[in-house]
Design a protein around this ligand. Structure first.
Ligand code: ADP
Length: 653
């Protein structure tokens, strides 16, 4: 099937031709046959790089009205925004930032690209445009199975379909065990394929050789495992990377932690990869770009490493540094990226060879095997279209675990997608939202609305009555819902908590903290007060507190006790609170003008972690202000602290 056979206007056909797209890839053709251009609902479970973007565009461009593209990550949303914006005559809006803005202006676009949280927030804030949608594309729909964001995705999609009953849904999934269940939920046609534009072979390394799933076995060039210097997973990884780069490829190496990613990059520098890949001057330019993007000690280490053609990539890096690395790798100005698994779920960075050195992760109490779905996503990054004859993914093991690796990840099926909606925290949040947005006004109404979820479609007797009854009771106790005319209604507080997009538990904590702050001597209310108030909520990320720091934080808590809304003896989770106080302390120093690079060094946190904490804090301080207004509490420290956290004042020089 050819692009000019499609019901598309000539300028789109021309645009796709200019991109090198003439003939549809088989999964794309299957989606067209399933009716994606005629408004039919379609679920496509296909591998990475099989052309999901075009498939999405076919739905959006042929729909009779505005479209929405929902994806899980901001970096991904940005990438899609740019691809859609390049389409001739299509106006594209993007919504990934503030959690609570009503986003009414998005109504003016042909296509809106947004994260699922942002769509949920828009629905809760009554955005009228959702009712006018003609097509919704949900990328990475297998994340229905992820705790936390999975329930948000299924409830949001159920609500969207309720608001716009004729909306076309196009859902894109990684290869999972049960795409038919997702299709059945959406009453959609299923397109399932394992076709890839570049062949992929997957293998397991052990004892100096790789056994591939195409039946071949290959030695690793110049590698002798009996030589003590060559033993171990890291040495095998280095050899596998060197081999790929020497033969004109690029490599991605996945390891379990941030520290390991940096360590492996340090080790790989010795391999002379920039020379092997003939990218010396390019790599030096990448190092300069990293430096230009801002100065932290971690950034400097990244720059030094990039100059050797080797980068590391993890969530501790500032987002700008991460995108410099991703872009440079795509432009073949880096030979290798050593990454944590998060890179596999992110933007498009194809490589000749993917080496998965670690297949287990720490859980806090021990280690566990990574899900096959996750490992398959890493492996799926192998094979650059038009550049590589084939892609190769190698799992590094040894004589003891090679069979297990083979069974789990080479032969093993990816996991099934299972709903996580039965989670009490998720149901509390969504119950409040359904009532606050007027979708439900009784327990029966909540249950009816939840009847449109993936959970309900998978469960013959979706017995949610007990939990929903319980969480309604809790929400009434929190003063967020109240009995009303035989049913239930949201209180002003409940409505505000839902609109501000904080969880009820966070709302409850804000109410208590605000009341305490209002009763404090005003001279004691400082930025630290405002920051401790929001950092001690469940919606804030924890900050790791080392053993040695604990005593110092304890001392700090005593010294600043009069400024804090939590008394040291009052909390059930003292350790957790001490961790949140550390976050508050770091942010308070930032507000005082301590440069971010000093803070990341002093407190041993990643620059990317500081960045995300600042952003969450701005959002939570805004939410606290809105809750304070409902309670009739005036606390100027909330707004002034938020103002001093604005990006300009936190940008590294
Ligand atoms: P993914 O399925 O991972 O989202 P993309 O949609 O980003 O993959 O497609 C991967 C690459 O394949 C892109 O560079 C895209 O331009 C190219 N591509 C997609 N469809 C076709 C096609 N039918 N013919 C040629 N190239 C295509």
């Amino acid at each position: 099937m050819r692009v000019d056979d499609l019901p598309l206007s000539p300028e789109y056909v021309e645009h796709f031709r200019a991109e090198g797209i003439e003939e549809l890839y088989p999964p794309q053709a299957a989606a067209v046959e399933a009716g994606v251009c005629e408004g039919r609902d379609v679920v496509a479970a296909v591998p990475t790089a099989s052309g999901k973007t075009l498939l999405a565009q076919l739905g959006l461009l042929t729909a009779d009205g505005p479209g929405l593209y929902v994806c899980p990550l901001r970096a991904l949303a940005r990438e899609k925004y740019e691809e859609f914006d390049a389409l001739p005559g299509v106006s594209v809006g993007i919504s990934t930032g503030d959690f609570d803005s009503p986003a009414a202006e998005l109504a003016d676009h042909d296509v809106v690209v947004a994260t699922s949280e942002k769509v949920d927030s828009a629905v809760r804030n009554g955005a009228a445009w959702v009712a006018d949608l003609a097509c919704v594309v949900v990328d990475e729909v297998h994340l229905l199975g992820a705790p936390g964001r999975g329930p948000t995705l299924e409830v949001t999609l159920a609500t969207l379909r309720r608001r716009a009953p004729d909306v076309q849904v196009v859902a894109l999934s990684a290869t999972v065990d049960n795409p038919e269940h997702v299709a059945a939920w959406l009453d959609a046609e299923l397109v399932e394929s394992d076709w890839r534009p570049v062949d992929l072979r997957t293998g397991v390394y052990a004892d100096a050789a790789v056994r591939f799933d195409d039946g071949t076995t290959a030695d690793v060039d110049g590698f002798d495992p009996d030589d003590p210097a060559d033993g171990g997973d890291t040495e095998a990884t280095a050899a596998l990377v060197r081999e790929a780069v020497s033969s004109g490829g690029q490599a991605l190496a996945f390891v379990r932690s941030r520290r390991e990613a940096e360590r492996l990059a340090d080790r790989l520098r010795e391999e002379g990869l920039a020379d092997a890949a003939e990218i010396g001057p390019d790599a030096a330019a990448v190092a300069e770009e990293v430096r230009d993007a801002g100065g932290t000690e971690l950034g400097e280490r990244l720059a030094e490493s990039a100059a050797w053609g080797v980068a590391f990539h993890h969530a501790g890096l500032r987002s700008q540094h991460r995108s410099v690395v991703e872009n440079a790798f795509r432009d073949r100005r880096l030979a290798v990226i050593c990454a944590t698994p998060t890179l596999a779920a992110g933007v498009n960075v194809p490589a000749r060879r993917v080496v998965v050195r670690d297949q287990q992760r720490y859980t806090g109490t021990g280690t566990e095997w990574l899900p096959a779905l996750e490992v398959h996503q890493m492996c799926g990054r192998a094979g650059r279209p038009h550049l590589d004859p084939y892609g190769e993914a190698v799992l590094v093991g040894d004589a003891d675990d090679r069979d297990e690796l083979w069974e789990r990840y080479v032969e093993g099926e990816p996991e099934a997608v299972e709903s996580q909606l039965r989670d009490r925290d998720a149901l509390r949040t969504h119950t409040l939202a359904l009532v606050a947005t007027g979708i439900a006004n009784s327990q029966a109404g909540v249950l009816e609305a939840l009847g449109g979820t993936f959970y309900a479609s998978r469960t013959p007797n979706p017995d949610l009555g007990g939990i929903v009854g319980d969480v309604i009771g809790e929400l009434i106790e929190m003063d967020m819902l109240a009995p009303d005319d035989g049913g239930i209604a949201a209180t002003e507080l409940g409505e505000q908590v839902s609109r501000q997009y904080v969880t009820p538990r966070t709302g409850e904590r804000l109410v208590a903290g605000l009341r305490t702050a209002a009763a404090m001597d005003p001279a004691d209310v400082t930025p630290l007060t405002a920051l401790e108030l929001v950092c001690a909520t469940p919606d804030m990320h924890d900050t790791y507190l080392g053993e040695r720091e604990r005593a110092a934080m304890y001392q700090y808590a005593r010294e600043h006790g009069s400024e804090l809304t939590t008394g040291m003896g009052e909390t059930d989770d003292f350790e957790g609170w001490l961790e949140s106080l550390k976050t508050a302390r770091v942010l308070a120093e930032l507000v005082e003008g301590v440069p971010p690079e000093e803070l990341v060094a002093d407190y041993r946190i990643g620059p990317g972690d500081l960045e995300s904490r600042v952003e969450r804090t701005e959002w939570l301080l805004g939410a606290a202000g809105a809750v304070a207004a409902v309670l009739g509490i005036d606390l100027p420290a909330l707004e002034s602290t938020r103002a001093s956290l604005q990006p300009d004042s936190t940008e590294a020089p």
